[in-house]
Design a protein around this ligand. Structure first.
Ligand code: E4P
Length: 216
């Protein structure tokens, strides 16, 4: 399974990247706004740190606007992936961009049908939002299971990025469901390698070690 970092914070990216765990980065306009920095500058900096795909989202709402922005974003670095919202205009843009070899990540996917449409239009990645589905009282993970089955049924190469991840359980279940990728907020990532019983065990071992007789 690949792990993407769902952040534009350079310190968070560097911390997890030092462990060799970062296969890519995803951003959206909200994540970019949080950093209070120029969009182009921050995406280029992330692309210089991380070798894998870095998603940068378009703001335009018409096909023409999205395609124009996407062509510009794709020039910023070789590993830029253009994030396109799941709309009719977005699907048309994805269809055009895929024929030009520009990689796309279709975002704001909430149903299996939307994921299937995006894959058929030529999306490199799709981003189903599990947390936001949980927020409205449904089970977001059902969508990951459904998409995995449908994309496998028809042999699509489009990769599933489990997005809007809020918990360790989301990551574990996405892996069990066979999602290609989970994109994980910087604040959640350390919970993947931590456990209170691990910390307690280390403290106990260090304490007990004090009573082991030592040579001078
Ligand atoms: C990533 O591609 C998504 O934009 C992000 O995971 C959304 O997360 P949120 O629902 O917590 O805002």
């Amino acid at each position: 399974m690949k792990f993407f970092l769902d952040t534009a914070n350079i310190e968070e990216i560097k911390r997890v990247n030092r462990l060799g765990l970062v296969d890519g980065v995803t951003t959206n306009p909200t994540i970019i706004a949080r950093e209070g920095r120029d969009f182009e500058e921050v995406i280029k900096e992330i692309c210089s740190i991380v070798e894998g795909p870095v998603s940068a989202e378009v703001i335009g709402t018409t096909t023409e606007e999205m395609v124009k922005e996407a062509r510009e974003l794709a020039k910023w670095a070789d590993n830029v992936v253009v994030k396109i919202p799941m709309t009719e205009a977005g699907l048309e843009a994805v269809n055009i961009l895929s024929k030009e070899g520009i990689k796309t990540n279709v975002t704001l996917i909430f149903t299996v049908a939307q994921g299937l449409m995006a894959a058929k239009a030529g999306a490199t990645y799709i981003s189903p939002f599990v947390g936001r589905l949980d927020d409205i009282g449904t089970n977001g993970m059902d969508l990951i299971h459904g998409l995995k089955t449908v994309l496998d049924n028809y042999g699509y190469e489009t990769e599933i990025i489990t997005a809007s991840v809020r918990s360790l359980a989301h990551v574990e279940e996405a892996a069990i469901a066979g999602a290609d990728i989970a994109t994980i907020p910087g604040s959640l990532f350390p919970k993947l390698w931590s456990h209170p019983l691990t910390d307690k065990g280390i403290a106990q071992f260090l304490e007990d070690w004090k009573s082991v007789p030592k040579k001078d």
